[in-house]
Design a protein. Structure first.
Length: 161
């Protein structure tokens, strides 16, 4: 799945959903930040700055604010230099539907950037909104949000630019 939207300063955001490595029942949700150029931008980072509270946290309270990890596993606190006409991906979280039909989400606001499985159970009528900022040298932060919701017994993420 891929959708795109323009974000301030000419940058574009795209969302992606992929099966998690070796576990296809888990979906990995990513946000791509695209630099349309013509100049590179330095120290690009994505921060989760607020979110609505899940009803069932199962021992892993969200930690706000937090840095969103890079898919490339680089240092999220330093960020990356994004060359013109290139895109970098950040992993915002994971979702799954359990064998018993439970809707599960995890790693959206982890306390230590480690994998903790899918500790939040979401109700079918529950919607969570995550608010993010893209920060990079010499520019005001760019804000966007991701809505997590259930549709037909599956959790989906929708990018809101």
């Amino acid at each position: 799945m891929r959708s795109s939207g323009e974000v301030g300063s000419g940058a574009a955001l795209r969302q992606y959903c992929h099966p998690y490595s070796g576990q296809p029942w888990i979906s990995e949700h990513r946000v791509g930040v695209f630099n349309p150029g013509p100049d590179p931008v330095s120290h690009v980072r994505v921060h989760l700055v607020s979110m609505s509270q899940p009803r069932h946290v199962n021992g892993y309270e969200p930690v706000i604010p937090c840095l969103v990890p890079l898919l490339s596993r680089g240092d999220s606190s330093i960020g990356i230099t994004l060359a013109p006409r290139t895109e970098e991906l950040w992993v915002v979280g994971y979702t799954a539907t359990g064998s018993d039909g439970t809707l599960q989400a995890g790693h959206f606001a982890p306390p230590d950037q480690r994998w903790h499985g899918l500790p939040w159970e979401l109700d079918h009528d529950e919607r969570l909104r995550f608010r993010y900022e893209i920060v990079y040298d010499g520019h005001a932060p760019i804000q966007f949000s991701v809505l997590l919701f259930a549709e037909r017994d599956t959790l989906h993420c929708k990018l809101e630019g």
